[in-house]
Design a protein around this ligand. Sequence first.
Ligand SMILES: [Zn+2]
Length: 67
Amino acid sequence: MPTSICPECDEEVYVDAESEQGDTVTCEECGAGLVVVGLDPIELDMKDDDDEDDYDDDGYGYDDDRY
Ligand SMILES: [Zn+2]
């Protein structure tokens, strides 16, 4: 399985062999969302996601009947 280096923590990130440019992977070391920006060699870049998946620690996202 090909690997690349996480731009966030400099650890090796495993990239699926069938990944294509624009695919996203998650760094198992720091949890950063990364985008495949190059394939030969594999290059990863930080994904810009300001708005999605930000509800984890807010206390929102459950207790639907308590609005
Ligand atoms: Zn990382």
